[in-house]
Ligand binder design. Structure first.
Ligand code: 6PG
Length: 241
């Protein structure tokens, strides 16, 4: 696990954009495509804007396929829909073609949406092992990642899958990659910054005794891939040096 700590968000996003571009270049070189899983939430917006502007001419975006590690159970035109945030910040600005974007179909019931999303992923990987080139993750101040929230069924889900999960604290359903699916990736990068994440990060990275039901981000431990944390001074403030 690689822990990178930045003084400013400008430096963090610059480095994270370079990291994404580098993995994209290698993946396109090797497989003629880059399978990239986006995270939702607010943290990645600046990165996506960075990639769509400074990164616009650095790789062949026509060879990039975009997925979502989780989605809210809301209509696609809802401001809370991760796909809409991504469309506004990176997908439309880069002119990404619709057949290169895998949105979660939230017109379906959550369980059905999860099944259909997994089918679309299986089809994209042509029935082969689902190994994404890069999965970008955020982390909530309650140590959830994707939609693997504390005390939910997803914490215990050992399937390599996409699943629907009822999140009691939000009183809503989510559709999310399971931890085993995330852990198959070649590269996983957490984007975690700000004082409000420090308490959770102290436990997720600092605790020797794991408690995944309380701190689900502890589940993220790629089998063969590399895990990198992009953080700032504030988020790591409670970690022992
Ligand atoms: C989502 C995300 C979720 C997010 C964290 C952090 O759908 O909300 O996938 O896991 O990454 O909640 O969100 P912020 O970046 O807004 O702090």
């Amino acid at each position: 696990m690689n822990l990178l700590i930045y003084k400013t968000l400008e430096e963090l996003n610059q480095d994270l954009a370079d990291y994404v571009i580098k993995i994209a270049e290698m993946s396109i070189e090797e497989n003629d495509r880059f399978n990239f899983v986006l995270t939702g939430g607010s943290s990645p917006k600046a990165l996506y804007h960075f990639l769509a502007t400074e990164g616009q001419h650095r790789i062949d975006w026509e060879k990039v396929y975009f997925f979502f590690g989780d989605e809210r159970n809301v209509p696609a035109n809802d401001d809370n829909y991760n796909g809409l945030m991504a469309r506004k910040t990176i997908l439309d600005p880069l002119g990404i073609k619709e057949d290169h974007i895998f949105y979660v179909n939230t017109t379906l019931a959550p369980e059905k949406a999860a099944i259909e999303y997994k089918k679309a992923i299986d089809k994209h990987f042509n029935g082969e092992d689902i190994v994404f080139d890069l999965i970008l993750l955020g982390m909530g101040d309650d140590a959830h990642t994707a939609s693997i929230f504390p005390h939910t069924t997803l914490v215990k889900d050992e399937e390599v899958n996409v699943a629907a999960v009822y999140v009691e604290k939000l009183d809503t359903y989510r559709i999310s990659f399971t931890a085993p699916l995330i852990n198959k990736a070649d590269n996983v990068a957490f984007l975690v910054f700000g004082e409000n994440k420090a308490e959770a990060l102290k436990h997720v990275i600092g605790d020797t005794e794991k408690n995944v039901d309380l701190y689900p981000s502890q589940l993220i431990d790629p089998i063969d891939g590399k895990l990198t944390w992009f953080t700032d001074d504030k988020a790591v403030a409670l970690l022992d040096s």
